[in-house]
Design a protein around this ligand. Structure first.
Ligand code: THG
Length: 367
């Protein structure tokens, strides 16, 4: 099977560097190419855990909201209170529809009192926000700016970025950022990234400088053993980072997938989904995302399809969403969205090849 890329599948400003480093696997994210692997998942995992890994995450698009009603729009679409967020800080903030179903789980960056970037996961938040602003008559501009994040992750990420940009970056707090220009390249330097190993994201603000930025970070990271990589489905499950669509298929609420601590349900002001989420919290969720160990042989890449989950009586109780081999647990590790009736116990799943596997409870996600 081939996957012919076309101009519809946008490439990031770092794309040529991915080809140069021998990218072997990619995915499509926000209609763009998102690198997945350079052919050796073990080496990529090791570089992330022990050294430093450089990721083209340009597919994490920004939705810029600017103008007098920018905060009003942000507050209405975000289930997390952003009203007391300071300039230069980021919050992880689920967006929901009126039924409380999560539409995206972006990071929201506050650039100025009247200017925000919604750094999105894989769904069309631009259209959602434009539609809401139009219907509500909000006075703000909503567009996709020329911004592409490059992630530097791993225990030597800070040394790498400090060698490139200066020692001052060590003082940037988690989910804090600075808007700078370095050697004429405009970028926002943020301590963030979709791994539990620490690091930075450089939000490039001029797509024509992508390869220059990639090469400069690469050069700084060489003495720390920098390696080309990508967000890994394995490490992020181990670290408890949620993947919108991957973990829920676009039909779950943030309460079901363990994101309650990122919701501000006691807010005075209204936001989309508030009533539904409060009602769900009151009656208790009927499903929950859990981390489980899966029996069976070592899997290579993460599973392609969700697999059905069954209880011991053979009744369907949900889905195994993502499964991957975990060196940390020396077992296959999976995330499953299942009925609360089996949460905490074991259940079964069946692969497309007809193999029956047992799932043993490890923890609630994201703990
Ligand atoms: N970087 C940028 N944009 C993004 C992502 C990113 N957009 C899409 C996707 N990732 C959004 N999802 C997440 C999920 C988790 C985190 C960040 C983005 C995260 N969570 C921390 C945790 O759970 O420990 C901290 C959350 C907090 O304390 O507020 O970092 O990676 N640019």
């Amino acid at each position: 099977m081939q996957f012919p890329l076309s101009p519809r599948n946008r490439k990031s400003p770092f794309y040529e560097a991915q080809i140069r480093h021998g990218m072997t696997h990619f995915s499509i994210y926000n209609h763009m190419v998102l690198p997945v692997s350079f052919g050796n998942l073990d080496a990529e995992y090791e570089a992330l855990m022990e050294r430093v890994s450089l990721w083209d995450v340009g597919a994490e698009r920004q939705v810029e909201v600017v103008g007098p009603d920018a905060l009003t729009l942000i507050q209405y679409v975000s289930a997390r209170d952003m009203s007391d967020c300071r300039i230069g800080r980021v919050r992880y903030a689920p967006l929901c529809d009126n039924d409380g179903i999560m539409l995206n789980d972006p990071m929201i960056l506050k650039l100025a009192e009247d200017r925000y970037w919604i750094s999105i996961a894989d769904s069309d938040v631009l259209f959602w926000c434009k539609g809401i602003a139009l219907a509500k008559g909000y006075d703000c501009k909503i567009f996709e700016p020329d911004v592409s994040p490059l992630a530097v992750q791993g225990p030597r990420a800070e040394d790498t970025v400090a060698d490139y940009l200066g020692e001052w970056v060590r003082d940037i707090p988690f989910f804090g950022f600075e808007d700078i220009e370095h050697d004429g390249i405009p970028m926002l330097v943020c301590r963030s990234g979709w791994s539990g190993q620490g690091g930075f994201e450089l939000f490039l603000q001029d797509g024509s400088r992508g390869l220059e930025l990639w090469d400069a970070v690469w050069k700084a990271g060489e003495k720390y053993g920098i390696h080309p990589g990508a967000p890994t489905s394995l490490e992020r499950i181990e670290s408890g980072l949620f993947s919108y669509r991957g973990d829920c298929g676009g039909s779950a609420t943030p309460l079901e997938v363990g994101l309650e601590k990122y919701l501000s349900l006691d807010r005075q002001d209204d936001f989309i989904g508030k009533e539904a989420l409060l009602a769900e919290k009151e009656r208790g969720s009927s499903r929950r995302l859990v981390k489980v160990l899966l029996s069976g042989d070592r899997m290579q890449f993460s599973s392609e399809h969700p697999w059905p989950a069954f209880n011991s009586e053979g009744q369907k109780v949900g889905e195994v969403r993502m499964a991957s081999w975990s060196p940390l647990h020396d077992s296959n590790l999976a995330l499953a969205l299942v009925s609360t009736s089996v949460v905490g116990g074991s259940f079964f799943t069946e692969t497309p090849e007809g193999e029956k596997l047992e799932a043993t409870h490890l923890s609630m996600f994201p703990e």
